[in-house]
Design a protein around this ligand. Structure first.
Ligand SMILES: Cc1cc2nc3c(=O)[nH]c(=O)nc-3n(C[C@H](O)[C@H](O)[C@H](O)COP(=O)(O)OP(=O)(O)OC[C@H]3O[C@@H](n4cnc5c(N)ncnc54)[C@H](O)[C@@H]3O)c2cc1C
Ligand code: FES
Length: 365
């Protein structure tokens, strides 16, 4: 069972800290997926306001160790009063199975406020055409990747005039999360929503033709892709080859293992030789020589520490720490704002040293 929650972290410019939220309801979606409706108290409503497609980071202590995982909202603020996430079991996975088996209505779980950039582009009305930025939504989801995509589809249908096309890949119909809800949505919006179900047991895996077929004839398409790594790679390659501008392609990766090599496409930062890295965490202070190519987070692990982390993709801020001395280069940051960076906060999963000595301090708790 999880242990009591430590106090929420404080000190950051925005609220990246954890708050205990009560589970209002658990919905059985499929044999291996549950939705969790969270009760957000009035004083936290602003902190937990979100855009369709964003996620929250959850913290749970299992066997004495804090685990952090991100789960995207399957609700959309445009149509759903309550905040809901949907979690699919990963074979052998620690937290997804614990949530499916143990997290019940009335349980309390630590959740950090929403973040993420996998969201609809908002039209500014200043484009060459009325509604610039509000092109058709062309979405590709595989398995649990439907979670943010379902949220985005609902938001686009309720909050704009956009048309939505969805290619949704699953093993078969019984394993399809939100199958009935999508049918109902398509009935509600027959002229604006098209859902193409792809069942691997019948159709084999999704290939490039299926990806480009969905794009054909779309008006200023904005593509949203979320699913298993190989699925996303095929769809991404097919869409770019079909001429979709890269800025119209939005991809959400659930696992760091899904990142295309060599990783993030970031430019290599110059890393000084012999740099000394000092890390402060939970009352421990340790120093070691930096190994080239290693992030501060990895260095903390090499020192035998258990630093907090979740996405390892620069998306969630679970790994943030204060840079006390020296300089670092962050490969990717979609979550800390400019003021926080100016105050010295860094994402340790994305930071490599750029000075001869570096010291970072994780917050207590
Ligand atoms: C931005 C974002 C949004 C996300 N949204 C969702 C969502 O809406 N819904 C959803 O279901 N998921 C979502 N995820 C994925 C989620 O965060 C977790 O990664 C997922 O639930 C797996 O966590 P786990 O603890 O169950 O698995 P883990 O314990 O982390 O294991 C993951 C994999 O590693 C393997 N593994 C674990 N330990 C070992 C070991 N010792 N040796 C070998 N292999 C091992 C497991 O078998 C499994 O295959 C999201 C992720 C991100 C980054
Ligand atoms: S672990 Fe998510 S930003 Fe570093």
């Amino acid at each position: 069972m999880p242990s009591p929650s430590p106090a929420p972290r404080v000190g950051a410019h925005r609220d990246h800290g954890f708050h205990p939220l009560r589970v209002a309801r658990v919905v059985h979606e499929t044999d291996d997926a549950r939705s969790f409706v969270l009760d957000v108290p009035p004083e936290l409503r602003d902190a937990f306001s979100y855009q369709a497609g964003q996620f929250c980071t959850f913290r749970v202590t299992l066997e004495g160790e804090a685990q952090h995982r991100c789960y995207s909202m399957s609700s959309a603020p445009e149509v759903d009063d309550e905040l809901q996430v949907t979690v699919k079991r990963v074979p052998g996975g620690l937290v997804s199975n614990w949530m499916n088996d143990e997290l019940t209505a009335g349980s309390v779980i630590d959740v950090a406020p929403p973040s993420g950039v996998f969201v609809l582009d908002q039209g500014d009305g200043k484009g060459e055409d009325e509604g610039e930025g509000e092109g058709d939504v062309v979405a590709y989801a595989g398995g649990s990747g439907i979670t943010p995509v379902f949220s985005i589809a609902k938001a686009a249908l309720a909050g704009s005039e956009r048309r939505v096309r969805l290619l949704y890949a699953n093993r078969d119909r019984p394993s399809t999360i939100f199958a009935e809800a999508l049918d109902a949505l398509a009935e509600q919006h027959p002229d604006r929503l098209t859902v193409v179900h792809h069942h691997d047991v019948v159709d084999g895996f999704v290939g490039p033709e299926a990806a480009t077929a969905l794009l054909a004839g779309a008006r200023r398409p904005q593509a949203f892709v979320c699913g298993p790594g190989p699925f996303m790679d095929i769809v991404e390659d097919a869409l770019l080859a079909a001429g979709l501008p890269p800025e119209a392609l939005h991809i959400e990766r659930f696992s760091v293992d899904d990142l295309p090599l060599p990783g993030l496409g970031a430019e290599a930062a110059p890393e000084p030789e012999g740099c000394q890295v000092t890390i402060e965490l939970d009352g421990q202070i340790a120093t070691t020589e930096h190994r080239p190519g290693t992030t501060i987070l990895q260095t903390a692990r090499q020192l035998g520490m258990s630093p907090p982390f979740s996405c390892e993709m620069g998306n969630c801020a679970t790994c943030m720490a204060k840079l006390v001395e020296g300089t670092v280069s962050m490969k990717r940051n979609t979550v800390l704002d400019d003021d926080e960076v100016a105050e010295g906060w860094v994402l340790t999963c994305q930071s490599v040293p750029t000075s001869s000595s570096v010291r970072v301090a994780y917050e207590e708790g």
